[in-house]
Ligand binder design. Structure first.
Ligand SMILES: C[S@@+](CC[C@H](N)C(=O)[O-])C[C@H]1O[C@@H](n2cnc3c(N)ncnc32)[C@H](O)[C@@H]1O
Length: 462
């Protein structure tokens, strides 16, 4: 079954590739063959057209300003020509987006009134990501290889079953594609029509040309503009580019994902967690992840929005995940330069924060009293104390999970570990054994302790 649901009525969308709801009858538009899975399609298209118009306006003003700046500087008139050409060529690409979207017949008044452009238009990042991901420049490949090797290490170390993965704010898609062979199914989604349009064009085998523009910090005036061509020709696993059984990409808003509850095994947020406030999408991550599912973050917490109250630090982000039912199972800092260009003298150095949070298995619907409980794979534990004496009462038990997390266990949890390490026991059997040593009237208390150990990946069940 497809994991998608209808944003209108939450019924499963069970007609492959048509994106229409058999329950309420709503059918979702395709924009240039890319599914548009948002609640308000017309509002979305109006916002996008408005965003691209604003960009054009900004760039036209930039050209006018350049003409003014260069007015009496004849010796650099060649540079003015090149800059104007570069800006005009990039504008032509934007005009293509507007033309494509205009075909959707959105009333002009709605476009003019649109007031939710995505991000800040002066930070329009599409060309920058296209350059890093699909122009095969050494500097872009270097950053990508740092990101992907870190993520591959995490996937290989922490994913039990290679099931599905969703990439939030996936941009022009290269990172999702690089990790694709580790999963049975990969979903890539972005709110930007242009990002998804570029990705789609590249997958169709088309080339895209545009200009890099560097107003300052260049070693030579030749480097002020650079014509670039993006293409997927050099992607190493060409078969993945056309594996549309495995790769599914669509436009959606992470604040309202078109996925059924508990349908995804992993969610990746690469350079995305700081794009919008965490509170706007954390509940969606919690909802769509299966129990035991993973959230993987990679990137800084630079925050591209204004509201300081929502600019959380790393420990606060972890705390939000913990209080939403996750354990933090991995953390690291990976330095890398960001969007470096060999043509310019400065570069942004990022300390990319990486963390992985696992959603608790507590409340897993399949946890039954007849399920067999055993120690989770890779568990080590150590008991300190004196055996066979009264001092036994003061023993300390420490356990290390496969992910390297360390927990000090209380008496009853330590007894549970000892019992199941000898023999796999059903939850029922274990509760009866424990009731011989502990005075506990309500079995639910013991069940909760078992669930806590399962969520910490100390116990496993089947
Ligand atoms: C900083 S870029 C990162 C792109 C990509 N993850 C990468 O690292 O190459 C952030 C992306 O998030 C997208 N985005 C912003 N708001 C979004 C939202 N509400 N839902 C989905 N995507 C969004 C932007 O369009 C942009 O492509």
């Amino acid at each position: 079954m497809l994991p998608f649901f209808c944003l209108e009525c939450t019924a499963p969308l069970n007609i492959p590739h048509q994106y229409s709801c058999s329950e309420c009858g709503r059918s979702y538009r395709l924009l240039e063959n890319i599914p548009l899975l948002v609640r308000d399609e017309a509002g979305y298209i109006a916002d996008m057209i408005n965003t691209y118009f604003q960009f054009l306006l900004l760039k036209s003003n930039e050209i006018e300003k350049l003409k003014n700046d260069f007015k009496y500087i004849n010796s650099r008139s060649n540079l003015l020509e090149r800059l104007t050409e570069a800006l005009n060529e990039n504008n032509k690409v934007i005009e293509v987006f507007i033309k494509k979207l205009e075909k959707e017949d959105i009333p002009l008044i709605q476009i003019l009134k649109a007031n939710r452009p995505i991000g800040n238009i002066s930070h329009f990042k599409d060309f920058t990501y296209l350059k890093r991901d699909w122009c095969w420049l050494a500097e872009g490949e270097k950053q990508l290889s740092i990101i992907t090797s870190c993520l591959l290490k995490i996937i290989d170390g922490h994913f039990g079953e290679l099931d599905n993965a969703l990439f939030l704010g996936s941009g022009v898609g290269r990172i999702a594609l690089e990790l694709m062979d580790r999963f049975d199914k990969v979903y890539a989604t972005d709110l930007s029509f242009s990002m998804m349009y570029f990705f789609n064009e590249l997958l169709q085998g088309n080339e895209l040309t545009f200009y890099e523009i560097n107003y300052s910090n260049t070693l030579s005036d030749e480097f002020v503009t650079r014509k670039l061509t993006a293409s997927a020709d050099r992607f190493k696993r060409q078969q993945d580019l056309v594996n549309f059984q495995k790769l599914n990409y669509f436009i959606s808003d992470v604040t309202g994902l078109p996925f059924l509850d508990e349908s995804l095994a992993s969610v990746f947020s690469v350079y995305f967690t700081d794009v919008i406030a965490l509170k706007l999408f954390l509940s969606e991550v919690v909802r769509v992840l299966k129990p035991g599912g993973l959230f993987v973050h990679f990137g800084p917490l630079g925050y591209g929005f204004e509201n300081v109250a929502e600019k959380l630090s790393a420990n606060e982000v972890k705390e939000r995940f913990r209080s939403s039912g996750f354990d933090i199972i991995y953390e690291d800092i990976i330095p890398a330069s960001h969007m470096e260009s060999d043509y310019v003298m400065d570069a942004i150095q990022l300390k990319n924060w990486v963390f992985v949070a696992r959603k608790h298995k507590v409340g897993h619907p399949t946890l039954k009293t007849t399920d067999l409980l055993k120690l989770a794979p890779g568990i080590n534990y150590q008991i300190n104390g004196t055996l066979f004496s009264q001092a036994d009462q003061s023993r300390n038990t420490t356990v290390w999970t496969a992910e390297g997390l360390c927990y000090a266990l209380n008496e009853i949890s330590a007894d549970i570990i000892s019992e199941v390490s000898a023999n796999a026991l059903s939850a029922d059997q274990l509760i009866s054994v424990l009731k011989e040593s502990y005075v506990i009237d309500d079995s639910a208390v013991l069940t909760d302790i078992l669930k806590d150990l399962i969520s910490k990946r100390i116990l496993d069940f089947n």
